[in-house]
Design a protein around this ligand. Structure first.
Ligand code: NAD
Ligand code: ZN
Ligand code: ZN
Length: 346
């Protein structure tokens, strides 16, 4: 085996990633080594490389938290996965397993959680070190490139939709129909909801209609809140905001029906103004949601394996990573770009 691997590394915040040869890590006790087949590029990777959030990753680091690959080596004591198994290395890289949140099956908010492609090196590399207790188990019949977007964009939106508590036949707004949102539309339809898709790009909205959205609203044209309230007869029972834009958050609260729930998953840095009287008097719940638990992951992947949800992917080599991130920042990625490690570099 080669001793080095190609990886895309953040060496300084706000600078292009550096593609270079790095040592292939060796799995220590309780760790596994995964040979990467595919890795999706999430808007979170942009926040990570810009150092957008309070908790910043230590430099240098390898981003990527939609990495799928084959287990090629086991550290001492690993029994829960086998060599040759296809796994995903998600954002929730590991957690402590014994705090109050882990015990309540809310490992996503464990204070000791590590994050793939952030506090731990991620999937923009030919090999990834992983914790076998937290990897995603990719069902038979789901290819690596199809599975990649499901282990962040998929699980995050599936969980977020559940957190709105909207029931079949009720309305949900999906605000932002890019990488996360194009999957959210499909999960919501598969879960029996009426879908109102909101975005600022007509191309993305046309795509959302093809994927099953019942109504679409362009948030840049006219009064988007009023348009949604009209289309949904008084506001949506659930609102899921994936847009990485603060204005979408204030609008999303306004689009929520009385006694409805507005779930926040987009992570633009900053704060948004909340119309306190309306939230109180209309008994609206505003709730954060962060990726999903391992059980949510299994459920989200099962929708993919059964063909009810399918990521729309554009395949690119690792060498194109800086162009991909540039396009994502400008809103020019239609759905999800997935780095396909079988494509020749160049
Ligand atoms: P993306 O760039 O693929 O898609 C974002 C979409 O939002 C685009 O279609 C864009 O046109 C649209 N948009 C931009 N401004 C808008 C506005 N004002 N109103 C409506 N739509 C608007 O990004 P993505 O990969 O889907 O990620 C979206 C956000 O979700 C990022 O902030 C990311 O960090 C965050 N995220 C959060 C979690 C979590 O666990 N909470 C997980 C993954 C990603
Ligand atoms: Zn992500
Ligand atoms: Zn814990």
């Amino acid at each position: 085996m080669n001793k080095t691997m190609q990886a895309a590394v953040v060496e300084q915040f706000g600078q292009p990633l550096v593609i270079k040869a790095c040592p292939i890590p060796t799995p220590g006790p309780g760790q596994i080594l995964v040979k990467t087949e595919a890795c999706g590029v999430c808007h979170t990777d942009l926040h990570a490389m810009h150092g957008d959030w309070q908790l910043k990753p230590a430099l240098p680091f390898i981003p990527g938290h939609e990495g799928i690959g084959i287990v090629v080596a086991l550290g001492a004591g690993v029994t829960s996965v086998r060599e040759g198994e296809r796994v995903g290395v998600p954002w929730l890289y590991s957690a402590c397993g014994h705090c109050e949140h882990c015990l309540a099956a809310w490992e996503t908010v464990c204070a000791e959680a590590e994050f793939g492609g952030y506090t731990k090196n991620g999937g923009f590399a030919e090999y990834i070190l992983a914790d076998p207790n937290y990897v995603a188990h990719i069902p038979e019949g789901l290819s690596a490139v199809d599975a990649a977007p499901l282990i962040c964009a998929g699980v995050t939106t599936y969980k977020g939709i559940k957190e709105t508590a909207a029931r079949p036949g009720q309305w949900i707004v999906i605000s932002g129909v890019g990488g996360l949102g194009h999957l959210a539309v499909q999960y919501a339809k598969a879960m029996g909801l009426l879908v109102c898709a909101v975005d600022i790009d007509d191309g993305k909205l046309a795509h959302a209609t093809k994927l099953g959205a019942d109504v679409v609203v362009n948030a840049k044209k006219g009064d988007a809140v009023e348009a949604v309230r009209l289309a949904t007869d008084g506001g949506a029972h659930g609102v899921l905001i994936t847009a990485p834009s603060l204005i979408a958050f204030k609008q999303g609260v306004g689009m929520t029906r009385k006694r409805g729930t507005c779930v926040l998953v987009g992570l633009p840095p900053g704060e948004f103004p909340t119309p306190l009287f309306d939230v109180v008097a209309n008994c609206i719940t505003i709730r954060g949601s962060f990726v999903g638990t391992r059980q949510d992951m299994n459920e989200a992947l099962a929708f993919g394996a059964s063909g009810k949800v399918k990521a729309v992917v554009e395949l690119q080599p690792l060498s194109a990573i800086n162009q991909i991130l540039g396009r994502l920042e400008k809103g020019e990625v239609p759905s999800r770009v997935v780095i396909d490690f079988s494509l020749a570099a160049g």
